[in-house]
Design a protein around this ligand. Structure first.
Ligand SMILES: Nc1nc2c(ncn2[C@@H]2O[C@H](COP(=O)(O)OP(=O)(O)O)[C@@H](O)[C@H]2O)c(=O)[nH]1
Ligand SMILES: [Mg+2]
Length: 255
C-alpha cells in the first residue's frame, strides 16, 4: 500500500450506491491513501457503515452532506476541503464499483509527472455496456471536441479522472451549473479552455447488472435534457472563445 500522499487524494462522491460502495472504498484504499468519500445525502443506509469504516482507518475520511445535491456539488465539497488542507490534485471515481481501482497508482503517477494536466480515463467497454449509453457518449464526445477545437479530449463523460484542484474550483465557482451529471463533460471542456492539457489513459469500465449490485441514477430523459442544455451553454462559450482557440490551434500552442 502506498504512503500517505499530501498532494493527491482519491475522492469518491456517493449517492445511494448500495453495498458496492464498501467494496469500492476498500479497493481504492488498497491502492491509495488518503481516500475520501463524500456522501451526498444518501438514504440507503450506507452512511453509517462508511463512517464506521473511517473510524477504523485513519487514511479514510467520510464527509457527509445532509441533503442530496448532485455529483458535481459533492465533488466540489470535497475539492474545497482538499484545497483547505493543501492538496493539489484529486482523483475522482464513482462509488458504485464501475471504475478500475487498480489503475489509481498509474493515474496518480501520470498526474505527478504532469501536474498542470488533467488525466482523463478513456473507457474500454466490455459486452456489459448498454448500446444506448455508448452511442450517447459518442455524441457527447463529438460536441466536447468541437467546443475545444479538437484539443485532445479522449472522453467527455468518464468520471475516472485526476483533476488539478485549483483550476477546477475556479471553473466551478464562476457558475451555478456543473452540479449534477453535467459535471464531468463541462469540467473537461472548461478546463481545456483554461489551458489545462488533457492526458488520456485507457481504463476499463464495468456496467453491473442489478443482480450484481449495480445501481445507476442516470435518468435517460432528465439527464439527456441536462446535457443538451449544457452543450448549448458550452457552444455559446465556444463562440466567444473561438478567436483565442483558433489562435492557439494555428500557432501550435494548443494545450
Ligand atoms: N446520479 C447521481 N450520482 C451521484 C449524486 N451524487 C453523487 N453521485 C455519484 O456519482 C457517481 C455517478 O453516478 P451513477 O448514478 O453511477 O451514474 P452512471 O455511472 O453514469 O450511471 C456515483 O459514484 C454516484 O454515487 C447524485 O445526486 N446523483
Ligand atoms: Mg455508475
Amino acid at each position: 500500500m502506498s504512503a500517505l500522499s499530501t498532494s493527491h487524494l482519491v475522492l469518491i462522491p456517493s449517492y445511494n450506491p448500495g453495498a458496492k460502495v464498501f467494496e469500492t472504498v476498500r479497493a481504492a484504499r488498497a491502492q491509495w491513501a488518503p481516500v475520501w468519500v463524500v456522501v451526498d445525502g444518501s438514504t440507503d443506509g450506507t452512511t453509517q457503515t462508511l463512517l464506521a469504516m473511517a473510524v477504523e482507518d485513519p487514511a479514510l475520511r467520510v464527509l457527509v452532506l445532509a441533503e442530496n445535491s448532485g455529483k458535481g456539488a459533492a465533488v466540489l465539497h470535497g475539492l474545497d476541503e482538499a484545497a483547505r488542507l493543501g492538496f493539489s490534485h484529486v482523483l475522482c471515481m464513482d462509488s458504485d464499483g464501475q471504475h478500475p481501482a487498480d489503475l489509481i497508482p498509474a493515474f496518480m503517477a501520470a498526474s505527478q509527472q504532469a501536474p498542470g494536466a488533467m488525466v482523463l480515463g478513456v473507457p474500454v467497454f466490455d459486452a456489459s455496456a448498454p448500446a444506448l449509453r455508448v452511442k450517447g457518449r459518442k455524441i457527447s464526445n463529438w460536441w466536447a471536441n468541437l467546443e475545444t477545437l479538437w484539443s485532445g479530449i479522449g472522453d467527455s463523460l468518464y468520471g475516472f479522472r485526476v483533476y488539478p484542484v485549483e483550476p477546477l474550483r475556479a471553473v466551478m465557482r464562476g457558475q451555478r451549473w456543473m452540479r449534477r451529471f453535467d459535471f464531468d463533460p463541462e469540467a473537461v471542456v472548461r478546463l481545456c479552455w483554461r489551458g489545462v492539457r488533457p492526458l488520456n489513459l485507457a481504463a476499463p469500465v464495468k456496467y453491473l447488472s442489478p443482480a450484481e449490485g449495480g445501481v445507476s441514477h442516470f435518468n435517460y430523459w432528465r439527464d439527456n435534457r441536462l446535457l443538451t442544455w449544457m452543450h448549448i451553454r458550452l457552444m455559446l462559450g465556444f463562440v466567444l472563445r473561438l478567436p483565442q482557440l483558433l489562435f492557439r490551434k494555428l500557432t501550435g500552442t494548443t494545450p
